[in-house]
Design a protein around this ligand. Sequence first.
Ligand SMILES: [Zn+2]
Length: 256
Amino acid sequence: MSTLSFIPLGVGDAFTALYYSSSIVVEYDGRRLLIDCPHPIRKMMLEAGTAAGTRIDVDTIDALALTHLHADHASGMEGFGYFSYFLLKKRAELIAHPDVVDRLWAGHLSAGMEQLLVKRDPPPWETVHKELADYFHHVPLVEDSAVTVGPFTLRCRKTIHHIPTTAFLISAGGHTLGYSADTAFDPALIEWLSEAELIIHETNYGIHTPYADLAALPATLRARMRLIHYPDDFDLGQSVIEPLKQGRRYTVGTQP
Ligand SMILES: [Zn+2]
C-alpha cells in the first residue's frame, strides 16, 4: 500500500549557517512534489536522498509547489528550470497562487533566463528571447478550491508575511499534510491547517511565528505538529514540538 510521506531537504531560515533553508519533498505512490526550491537544490536533494536511502533529483520531481518568492524559498528556481529545460528537455510543473507567481519572472528569474544564445549554422550566435512559460508550466492555485496534480490534491491559504505567501494542505491516498509556509502567528491559519493529520509549521524571530505561541497550543494539536524554518540557535532538545530533521523520512497518517 502507498503511504503519504515527506523528506525535509532543509529546515533552516534565511540566515542559517547550520542547515539548508526550508524545503521538503512530499511523496506518494512513487510521485513527488517539491515544496519550495532554494539554492543549492540539487545538492540538497542528493544529501537528503542519500540520508533517507532514496535518489532524489530534478528528474524524480513531478511538480514544484512554491509558497513565496523570498530567496530562501525560491533561489534555486533558475537552476531547477534550466536543468529541466536543457537536460530533461521539458518544462517544469509549477504549482502556485497567481499572486505568488506575479513577480516571479520580472522580479526574479528574467535577469538570468530571458535570453539564450543559440548556435547557428553558419555562425554567428543568435540571441533568442525566453519567457517564464518556456521553462515552467504554471498550474494556478485558487484559494478555497482544490487543484489536483497526479495523486496530490492541493489547497492553499494566504499567510501573514511581507510578500504574497500561501500555506498548503496536501492530500493523497486519504491522508493530508499541512504546511504553514512563512507566517506570523495566525490562529485562523492553524485552524485551517488542523484538518491535516500532520502540520509542518514554521517558527522564527521577527514577523515569524514565535515558538512560545506554538508551545502554548493544546497538547493534542502540538502532538500533530512538526517545526521547520527554525533559527540556528533554536534549542532542539528543549522543544515541546518535534523539530524536523534534514534527510529523514516522515510518514503522514497511520500506516496501512
Ligand atoms: Zn519569507
